[in-house]
Design a binder for this molecule. Structure first.
Ligand code: GCB
Length: 593
């Protein structure tokens, strides 16, 4: 076992040390000098994975009339980027495998500038080639990454080839089983970004926990000229702060401001300019404080009940992965219509548009890692992947005040070897990286006997909020009156959040008579909600709830031929946006709260 452990450790160290592994992306791409590579990309479908052997990235072309090349981009179909491939070609509807993408771009390298290629996300494995040479790879379908191509880029036309593989992996994140459609492809924006030779790679500008005016943070420079004077300015507050970066390019920030806080009623953001001697960048930053005091969650010092809703990254009307500002607004408008003040973005980090729009609309965001159900925690490579993904997730959004909760796992099983140790370490790393937000792990390991819940999980010790998924009334029957359900918590002092509950119904499947309740009917789903809301009154320290979920969504595991047809039907809205009866029950509850 020890030998295997060592081999595993060495392999995962090699993975991290792999020089062709992608760099963690610079932040705030939206305000950089960029050329978008979005649009039509040529593709080659490679269901058997033979393209590796045929060296597709070399773009072989027929040299004579009798020569032939089977795997060629010449005359190949195209797919839209950003976008998943499953929804764009009927033959790819449920496809999980390799698709090769190619895009040409023209470039005039500029002296004393650096060039990066930045991917918002590629699901799941991306291997990237520039002009016939591999420049690197990235694993993980929901976080950004980049490669520097200052050296490799040519003057004139360049060819970028990306091998995208969305096959499920036993040691992937998520692993083999999950209840959503595995949309593959280059699912988020691709940009060429030009920077100064020393550029602002990352910065952290947020209030420290517990304070409403004190900011502690840093700016990180990347390049050869790392010792510089850096400046933060917030013109609206007349605030100008400067500091010196050290040999590593790190400048510490510490200042106070008379901020109007970002709140649900007034989601105020300030224009902030971040400058160094060689680079400058603008951002819109909100300032707020979120904390747990005893068993309560406080936003800016006031108790807040989290009126949540679960949302997958899917445009229901298109049956496609959501990626745009329009998609984000569509989803969030419905969350607002339900009177929510928080969205739980499941089960992986969503795109930056939805984070931004939520921030502008005054909706709090719960962001989650795809550490979902069956994860191979004893595989050291998995542990390294979790660590890296956590860093990628936090880095991208650490200045987005709307993100109030990092959720590090969903429904992992307490008895899985190494699970609690791995997730406890992950929690610790998360706190070190970001002490300004709350951390949770979602569990479903509670027992329900004699109409009584016993909530025990070794992870609760590490979480700020105890998050519980329970489906009483759907996956298991009520054992007594909902209003009489009793709750026993292993960690009694902490706030409790019901992160999932609900049941399935097909929109329009109504009996009209309440006593004719039957599965898949709207009344049946609504009754689950009525009962759940009664039960919530008895949950000690309840700090919020989130129904599962906003819209019906596509999932391979949901193939009931009449009622599901490839959709998980637990939505309060159908995939066409029609309101089911349970919507009204939930809306009323949130209005009252
Ligand atoms: C859960 C999972 C969620 C599923 C849901 C369901 O507990 O967290 O991803 O989709 O149940 O519908 O069963």
């Amino acid at each position: 076992t020890l030998l295997y452990k060592w081999i595993g450790m060495i392999l995962s160290m090699l993975l991290v040390a792999d020089i062709t592994y992608a760099q963690t992306a610079m932040i705030n791409v939206a305000s950089r000098k960029a050329i978008s590579l979005n649009g039509e990309w040529n593709v080659i479908l490679d269901p058997t994975g033979i393209g590796e052997w045929r060296q597709i990235w070399l773009e072989n072309k027929a040299k004579s009339k009798t020569d032939f090349v089977e795997y060629s981009f010449e005359g190949s179909p195209t797919l839209k980027v950003p976008g998943d491939f499953n929804s764009q070609m009927p033959e790819l509807t449920y496809f999980e495998g390799v698709v090769w993408y190619k895009k040409e771009f023209s470039c005039t390298p500029v002296k004393n500038k650096r060039l990066f290629i930045h991917f918002g996300a590629v699901n799941y494995l991306a291997t990237v080639y520039l002009n016939g040479k591999k420049i690197g790879s990235h694993e993980g379908g929901f976080t950004p990454f980049q490669f520097e191509i200052t050296e490799g880029v040519r003057s004139g036309i360049n060819a970028l080839v990306v091998k995208v593989d969305n096959k499920r992996l036993q040691n992937g994140l998520p692993g083999l089983g999950y209840d959503w459609l595995n949309y593959g492809g280059i699912t988020r924006d691709v940009n060429l970004i030009q920077t100064a030779t020393t550029y602002i790679e990352d910065y952290s500008i947020q209030l420290i926990k517990g304070s409403r005016k004190e900011v502690k943070g840093w700016i990180k420079l990347n390049g050869v000229n790392r010792e510089q004077t850096v400046k933060i300015q917030i013109p609206e507050l007349g605030l100008a702060y400067s500091a010196k970066s050290d040999r590593m390019g790190l400048a510490k920030l510490h200042f106070t401001g008379a901020f109007k806080l970002w709140s649900l009623e007034n989601p105020k953001r300030y224009r902030v300019s971040v400058e160094s001697e060689t680079d400058s960048i603008n951002d819109e930053i909100g300032f707020r404080n979120v904390e747990v005091a005893g068993s309560r969650v406080l936003l800016n010092g006031k108790v807040v009940f989290l009126k949540g809703i679960n949302i997958h990254e899917e445009n229901p009307y298109k049956g496609a992965r959501a990626f745009s500002k329009e998609d984000a607004i569509l989803l969030l408008n419905q969350a607002k219509a339900l009177c929510c003040n928080m969205v739980r973005l499941v089960h992986y980090p969503h795109n930056e548009h939805i984070i931004n729009e939520a921030e502008k609309m005054g909706l709090m965001v719960w962001s989650e890692l795809p550490v979902y159900q069956h994860i191979e925690f004893s595989d050291t490579a998995v542990v390294s992947k979790m660590d890296l993904m956590l860093k990628e997730m936090i880095r991208r959004d650490r200045n987005r005040c709307t993100v109030v909760i990092w959720s590090l796992s969903n429904e992992t099983y307490d008895g899985t070897p190494n699970r609690t140790k791995a997730l406890a370490t992950l929690t610790q790393v998360c706190r070190q990286l970001d002490s300004t937000r709350l951390i949770t792990h979602v569990t479903n390991s509670q027992s329900y006997n004699n109409n009584s819940f016993k909530v025990v999980d070794s992870l609760y010790k590490y979480a700020d909020i105890i998050s519980i998924n329970e489906y009483i009334g759907w996956y298991m029957p009520w054992q007594g009156k909902p209003e009489n359900v009793s709750w026993k918590m292993a960690f009694p002092g902490k706030p409790v959040f019901i992160s999932e509950f609900g049941g399935e119904a097909l929109f329009g499947n109504v009996s009209g008579a309440a006593d004719e309740a039957a599965s898949w009917r709207e009344e049946y789903q609504q009754q689950i909600y009525i009962n759940q809301l009664k039960m919530f009154n008895n949950i000690p320290n309840l700090c919020g709830v989130a129904p599962w979920l906003l819209f019906d969504y596509r999932s391979l595991g949901r193939m009931h031929p009449v009622y599901q047809k490839g959709y998980n039907r637990k939505g309060l809205l159908s995939e066409k946006g029609e309101k089911k009866l349970a919507w009204y029950t939930m809306e009323q509850y949130y209005k009252r709260k």
